[in-house]
Design a protein around this ligand. Structure first.
Ligand code: ZN
Length: 147
């Protein structure tokens, strides 16, 4: 798949995040550090969260690999900065559902994240789009085990 095959609107949003990734600085110190790998495509992603009272005070995402995985990580970071862990958990669920074909509901108000739905046409790239989200899920799980 090349980005040319994506609908134009989706492509522009994805390219924008790919070219200027949001929150890509390493957050240090961090309460959660997690990383993910998508060996199918060679994507790698690192994530840090600094928390305060159940809220994500700062998030850092650094990724290497294809444009889809990098753009998705950037969208995730932009979306979750300042949000609560419950909101993060809910959004992971919504995005996973969406990538597996469930229609999103208007109250999810996905904004840029909606563009990831365009990737569904290319099943081999779904894992790229989900890498940041599964990495975040892993980080949230670590946090629960610590408590
Ligand atoms: Zn990829």
């Amino acid at each position: 798949m090349s980005l040319e095959q994506l609908d134009e609107l989706y492509r522009e949003v994805i390219l924008d995040h790919f070219r200027s990734p949001r929150h890509h600085e390493v957050v240090e110190p961090a309460d959660v550090k997690t990383s993910g790998l998508n060996p199918l495509c060679g994507d790698e992603l690192q994530m840090q969260l600094r928390l305060n009272g159940g809220r994500i005070l700062a998030i850092g995402v650094q990724s290497k690999g294809c444009s889809i995985s990098q753009a998705s990580g950037s969208m995730l970071a932009e979306r979750l900065q300042g949000k609560t862990l419950e909101e993060a958990e809910r959004l992971v669920h919504v995005i996973k559902q969406m990538m597996h074909g469930a229609p999103s509901s208007p109250e999810d108000d996905l904004g840029d994240l909606e563009s990831l739905a365009g990737v569904r046409k290319f099943p081999v790239r779904i894992k790229c789009a989900l890498l940041g989200w599964t990495t975040l899920e892993e980080g949230l799980k670590q946090l629960k085990e610590k408590d």
